[in-house]
Design a protein. Structure first.
Length: 539
């Protein structure tokens, strides 16, 4: 079957009611009729500018309706989506656009000055600005979206059409993970999110669209994390091609009260977050404002990418016991490693996941780990996985090896396997700390630190040390009204973990080192501690 997102979006617009919402952000919205018209115009306009299938279109925006429209236009014009981290500075931005071979760049007006300084280094790029006061060198996004008859392009598309997701990782420069649309469709569930067809994949695109027509508009999903990262992008795509609605927050930084206001105002059914960096402020807002929000429409909170602690889950369910909390274990390189579901009736231990279909755990020399053995290994997934990394055959070979004739994705997440087949996630291999011959997984120590009443957030990493090889080190941010007591924190950890896992030093910071999507920025944290040590040694 030819599962192509452009075809599916065209099909959803044709079978949904005219007033069904496709995108909502604050007071702005797009019905599916408007969304189809504007994205068809964009796709046609890009063609008029010379776009050819497989050309790259980079999106340099914060979350906004235009971001979603640009993604849809990519699919419809058979262009390759390229995500750009809006925090990047000149050289990082140049690297992404140059490495991806971007031919078109959609950027926000807030970034005009940075783009103006960069554009001479990227000849041949078409610059398309979202926002007012479009400079002479750029094309007005709104003009492209508003020009034309809005009709579908009527072109033949393919499930082999590509989508790029640049992932920063923990070492080296970002790499583009190359997904075929057909594989991503299957990895996202292949239409199983349609309400009455939840556990059965539709056999054809026509049957999927018939399901959408029969059951009407899909869920209203709040994407609280940035669309520029895989978690936000993939879940939004999956919801839209099922006829759902992408609900976006307005503020540039995450605001928990805004999220709860948006749930109540839009009657959102689900929300996508990234672990405790989002969930803790959400819980704090509920604790400080009991009964303020009507949350009855919210059926599920979904998190992916980082740890989501048990105590925070319990607290959220105390306020809204009817919802489910889904902790998804996956990455840009593979979707569906495992899932942990917590409800008001039961819970899963933090970092324990029910292993997904087509998943196995292998040692470093590609031996399969036996359940219940206690042996550590890397989680691996076969089936619908990416083609590899763009322009990096060596890393592709390492991450996507063929074992016993089957191709797997192995991004590098360490885990053990219980006798019942559940996974205990230990951490990403590249972040593992080797201290005096022992392996310490940062997430394990972070999780315990965050259970201390004085700690709001924590990151743990290794710092080069002559004695230990790497010294386990932590940075913490404090809960409101709490005081920092390093000795007390180290004593608390010794009561919970083996001594070698206790950080040699714990430092307090005002703001934790996290990316906008909530994921840990270990590189900045390490650099901050190293600068602190350097200042002390020279002071």
């Amino acid at each position: 079957m030819n599962w192509n997102f452009g075809d599916l979006l065209d099909g959803c617009a044709a079978v949904l009611p005219e007033d069904a919402p496709a995108v909502i952000q604050g007071g702005r919205g797009r019905s599916w009729v408007d969304f189809a018209r504007r994205t068809n115009n964009l796709a046609a306009g890009l063609g008029d500018l010379g776009a050819q299938p497989d050309d790259r279109l980079a999106i340099y925006l914060r979350n906004c309706p235009e971001y979603v429209e640009a993604v849809a236009a990519c699919f419809k014009a058979r262009l390759v989506h390229v995500n750009v981290n809006f925090r990047y500075l000149d050289e990082e931005l140049h690297y992404i656009l140059d490495n991806s071979d971007a031919k078109f760049v959609v950027f926000g007006a807030e970034f005009t000055e940075r783009v103006a300084q960069l554009r001479d280094r990227l000849p041949g790029v078409h610059w398309i600005q979202v926002g007012s006061d479009t400079p002479d060198f750029a094309i007005d996004f709104e003009k492209l979206a508003g020009t034309g008859d809005g009709a579908p392009l009527g072109i033949e598309r393919s499930e082999d059409d590509l989508l790029f997701v640049y992932t920063g990782g923990t070492t080296g420069m970002p790499k583009a993970v190359m997904w075929r649309q057909g594989d991503l469709w299957m990895a996202l569930g292949g239409g199983t999110n349609v309400p009455a067809n939840r556990r059965v994949r539709p056999p054809t695109p026509a049957q999927h669209l018939e399901n959408v027509r029969r059951h009407g508009p899909g869920p209203r999903q709040i994407t609280a994390c940035p669309l520029m990262h895989g978690t936000g992008l993939f879940t939004t795509i999956g919801n839209l091609v099922g006829g759902g609605c992408a609900v976006l927050l307005e503020k540039p930084n995450f605001d928990a009260e805004e999220l709860w206001d948006t749930v109540e105002r839009t009657r959102a059914n689900s929300a996508i977050i990234v672990g405790d960096a989002f969930a803790k402020p959400m819980l704090n807002a509920l604790n400080e404002n009991p009964g303020r929000w009507d949350l009855s429409s919210l059926k599920i909170l979904i998190s992916s990418g980082v740890m989501w602690s048990r105590d925070v889950k319990r607290g959220l369910l105390d306020h809204h016991p009817a919802m489910s909390l889904a902790d998804m274990f996956g990455s840009s390189e593979a979707i569906g490693f495992g899932t942990s579901i917590t409800t008001g009736e039961g819970e899963s231990r933090t970092a324990r996941f029910q292993i997904g279909e087509s998943c196995k755990v292998f040692t470093e020399d590609h031996r399969q780990v036996e359940p219940g053995s206690g042996e550590r290994g890397f989680i691996a997934r076969s089936g619908p996985i990416p083609l590899g990394y763009y322009k990096d055959e060596e890393k592709t070979a390492r991450t996507f090896p063929t074992i016993d004739g089957i191709r797997y994705s192995i991004p590098g997440d360490w885990c053990t396997v219980e006798a019942d087949g559940t996974l205990n996630l230990l951490g990403r291999g590249s972040a593992c700390i080797n201290t005096a011959g022992e392996k310490v997984y940062p997430e394990e120590v972070e999780e315990v630190l965050k259970t201390h009443p004085s700690i709001e957030d924590a990151l743990v990493f290794g710092i080069a040390d002559e004695r230990w090889g790497q010294a386990v080190t932590a940075v913490v941010s404090l809960s409101p009204g709490q005081e920092f007591d390093e000795a007390a924190l180290r004593g608390f950890l010794r009561e919970c973990l083996a001594g070698y896992k206790t950080p040699k030093r714990i430092h307090a910071v005002e703001k934790m080192f996290r990316a906008p999507n909530g994921k840990a920025d270990y590189q900045r944290a390490v650099a901050w501690v190293e600068d602190l040590r350097s200042c002390r040694s020279t002071g």
